[in-house]
Design a protein around this ligand. Structure first.
Ligand code: ASP
Ligand code: CP
Length: 313
């Protein structure tokens, strides 16, 4: 594996290997000293041209816990603010001997383009409305643990026979695209729920059931993934009022009470509490939201390991 640009590039064997290694690395979270020598001498540059709390911090932590040298570059503090192009910025940092770039960029396709310019490995940490593959991997990791804890899945077919509802602002979401691609390979059924105004063009070819009936979808689902209403990407009115959106597409306390027993509640974060998800649902016993965050570090350690390999020792 040279780069991780799209969840659709991963075979079932690669996904399973990333999740299994992440499971082994997950034990480091319980240790007082969280340090492995695995990536000693490797340099990872986190380049975030869009805001992030979870992804940037967990990639930095993942690199540091495996002894890589991690460096953060942001759009604002770099010479891109003086007009330097993305290509020149990438070539400059690549020329310093960087081993891996973790890139988040506001333009769909920019990360794949950057991967074509450099010698280093490239990981897509979210490009525009296109993809966020490590998010889908950490979602799968958290759900797999949940299903295994319930004793509902055999080791090799955790997602066979499972139904996952992905709900909300699908139009602007890179999380949904990566999840649909990953879950297709893993074998689960995905139901997409959104108002017609927030459905991406061509969604009928994604191989998922598409509906605007959240209640029916929840009745059939083993996990529900609520997506943030991405106001920063909305230019125009996609729904009449926030109240109406919550009534039709929010995980309200009433809907929480009607979920299937043991059904997992996921949200990639950041959340709009009270809009797409109620606090009752976000903080419920079967909410995986903080497990997803914890999983983010282990899964990103595993991804770095798969790309960069171990040190000779
Ligand atoms: N944090 C995720 C992303 O960057 C989801 C979101 O922002 O709503 O795609
Ligand atoms: N889920 C996610 O990508 O969060 P951040 O935008 O905070 O990184």
């Amino acid at each position: 594996m040279r780069h991780l640009l799209s969840a659709g590039d991963l075979s079932l064997a690669e996904i399973t290997s990333i999740l299994n290694v992440a499971e082994e690395l997950h034990t480091i979270q319980g240790r007082a000293i969280k340090k492995l020598p695995t990536l000693r001498g490797r340099t990872v540059i986190n380049m975030f041209f869009e805001d992030s709390t979870r992804t940037r911090t967990s990639f930095e932590m993942a690199g540091k816990w495996m002894s890589a040298d991690t460096i953060n570059v942001t759009g604002k503090g770099s010479s891109t603010s003086k007009g330097e192009s993305l290509r020149d910025t990438m070539l400059t940092l690549d020329a310093m001997g960087t081993d891996c770039f973790v890139i988040r960029h506001g333009s769909s396709g920019a990360v794949a383009q950057a991967a074509g310019w450099v010698k280093a490995h490239v990981i897509n940490a979210g490009d525009g409305t296109h993809e966020h593959p490590t998010q889908a991997l950490l979602d799968a990791f958290a759900m797999r643990r949940h299903f295994r804890k319930l004793g509902e899945s055999a080791a090799d077919s955790d997602f066979e026979g499972k139904t996952i509802a992905i709900v909300g602002d699908l139009l602007h979401s890179r999380v949904v695209r990566s999840n649909v691609l990953l879950q297709r390979t893993l074998g689960s059924k995905v139901i997409l729920v959104a108002p017609p105004t927030l459905l991406p063009t061509g969604v009928e070819h994604w191989g998922c059931e598409v509906t605007d009936d959240l209640d029916a979808a929840l009745e059939a689902s083993d996990a529900v993934m609520m997506l943030r209403v991405q106001r920063e990407r909305m230019h125009g009115g996609f729904f009449p009022t926030a109240r109406e959106y919550t009534e039709l597409y929010g995980l309200t306390p009433e809907r929480l009470a009607r979920l299937r027993p043991g059904a997992a509640i996921c949200h990639p974060g950041p959340m709009n509490r009270g809009l797409e998800i109620s606090s009752e649902a976000a903080d419920a016993a079967n909410s995986l939201i903080l497990d997803q965050v914890t999983a983010g570090v282990s899964v990103r350690m595993s991804v770095l390991y798969h790309l960069l390999g171990g040190s000779p020792e």
